[in-house]
Design a protein around this ligand. Structure first.
Ligand code: S3P
Length: 423
């Protein structure tokens, strides 16, 4: 089966960045294959509130009229980031350097996510920013004149790095961020693509304050984090499957490396580059997987894919051990706890560890009711577990939340099931 380009949404991370960088650029940025996900809509709405004109030309095509680095208007109300950590963390970097005050709020899940990781370095840059209990949203930002910093981030987080790179555009001098392990580098690539001066050296990235961005056409690759569900489905249950035009940036392909190590037959066809991001068509064949060990330094490259990797591991021969994944506890839900409890309900041999999990396979999965806990990645990973257990996705409580990153997921899933799954 071929999963067409239009069936997998545009990359969510790249779509957020295209909107934000387009907004603070000079001139127009036309974004093609934009992700119409709930999260990217949050960024879209926040920018509109800041006076940015974004015209919708077609269902996945937008034109952002850049207002330049200092062109945002003071918002008339609080800025609502919905469920989106990327919106809140990246925008707080851009807002810290403005000449006005703002407040960024979120939904119940986002209101429980840690923001201290951006408050600390932003304050080092002279930002005035406060959160509830000095950690949680809403964030109250008083626009101020920023200083550049050289920051050693304790977490490998592209949201933290990108927040500081954005703030760095408003600071005098060079702002450098060093990470413990490299996280996704879409901000670096897009800033360069739009003409900013960015230096990269190993785990260090440096932005020059005042660097101007030039609006450009940006074509967004398919989201590998969304394709991941169909890659695992094809390995476990499918015939040959090809997914067209997926982003294969090596800061995101951790899931491919792991599934290949597990024995999965996956090939990149027709590799090419669009808007400074590598893409390929991903070809997958069904086959038996075997358990492996996944360690801390592997995690940033597959941070959002651990729930679906856990589903794959329930069907692999032997033991899969995932360690160094503590960050999963502060995502949209505690994903370590959630995936362990729900797969255990289905009969998987899975043991929760403080920083990961241990899974013994292969085990048949039972068609019982499971809960997504309102987390999109849980809903989609559990859909693949339901496919293995031969139960319907009506067994997943609150499955509609997959719209946060993958609108139309269940349509593609139904087509996959009717085409590919052997009776
Ligand atoms: C994202 C970075 C990751 C990821 C999230 C999107 C981004 O978060 O989990 O879904 O677009 O920068 P962290 O940077 O906090 O790990």
């Amino acid at each position: 089966m071929i999963i067409k380009r239009a069936e997998i949404p545009g990359d969510k991370s790249i779509s957020h960045r295209a909107l934000i960088l387009g907004a603070i650029a000079e001139g127009d940025t036309r974004i093609k294959n934009f992700s119409n996900s709930g999260d990217c809509r949050s960024t879209f709405n926040v920018l509109k509130e800041l006076g940015v004109n974004v015209a919708e030309k077609a269902p996945s095509e937008l034109v952002v009229r850049g207002v330049g680095l200092r062109g945002f208007k003071k918002p008339g109300k609080d800025l609502y980031a919905g469920n989106s950590g990327t919106t809140m963390r990246l925008m707080s970097g851009a807002l810290a350097g403005q000449a006005f005050d703002s407040v960024v709020t979120g939904d119940a899940s986002l209101s429980k996510r840690p923001m201290k990781r951006v408050l600390i370095p932003l304050r080092e840059m002279n930002a005035e920013i406060e959160g509830v209990e000095d950690n949680y949203p809403p964030l109250r930002i008083r626009g101020s004149k920023l200083h550049s910093i050289d920051y050693d981030s304790p977490v490998a987080s592209a949201q933290v790095k990108s927040c500081l790179m954005l703030a760095g555009l408003y600071a005098e001098g060079e702002t450098t961020v060093t990470e413990p392990v490299k996280s996704r580098d879409h901000t670096e690539r897009m800033m360069k693509y739009m003409g900013a001066e960015i230096k990269e050296e190993g785990l260090k990235v440096t932005v020059n304050g005042g660097s101007k961005l030039q609006g450009r056409e940006i074509e967004v690759p398919g989201d590998i984090s969304s394709a991941a569900y169909f890659i695992v489905a094809a390995l476990l249950k499918g015939g040959e499957t090809e997914i067209e035009c997926v982003g294969v940036n090596n800061t995101r392909t951790g899931i491919i490396n792991v599934l290949k190590k597990m024995g999965g037959k996956i090939e990149f066809k027709n590799p090419r580059s669009i808007s400074n991001e590598p893409v390929a068509d991903i070809h997958v064949e069904k086959g038996q997987l075997r358990g492996i060990e996944i360690i801390g330094e592997d995690i940033p490259g597959m941070i959002d894919e651990i729930p679906v990797i856990a589903v794959a591991a329930t069907q692999a021969e032997g033991k899969t051990v995932i360690s160094g994944a503590r960050e999963l506890r502060v995502k949209e839900t505690d994903r370590i706890k959630a995936i362990c409890s729900e797969l255990a309900k289905m009969g998987a041999k899975i043991q929760e560890k403080e920083d990961g999990m241990i899974i013994e396979g292969p085990t048949p999965l039972k068609p019982v009711e499971v809960n997504s806990y309102g987390d999109h990645r849980m809903a989609m990973a559990l859909s693949i577990a339901c496919l293995v257990s031969e139960s319907g996705t009506d067994k997943i409580i609150n499955k509609e939340c997959c719209e946060i990153s993958f609108p139309g997921f269940f349509n593609v899933f139904s087509r996959f099931k009717s085409n590919e799954v052997e009776a």
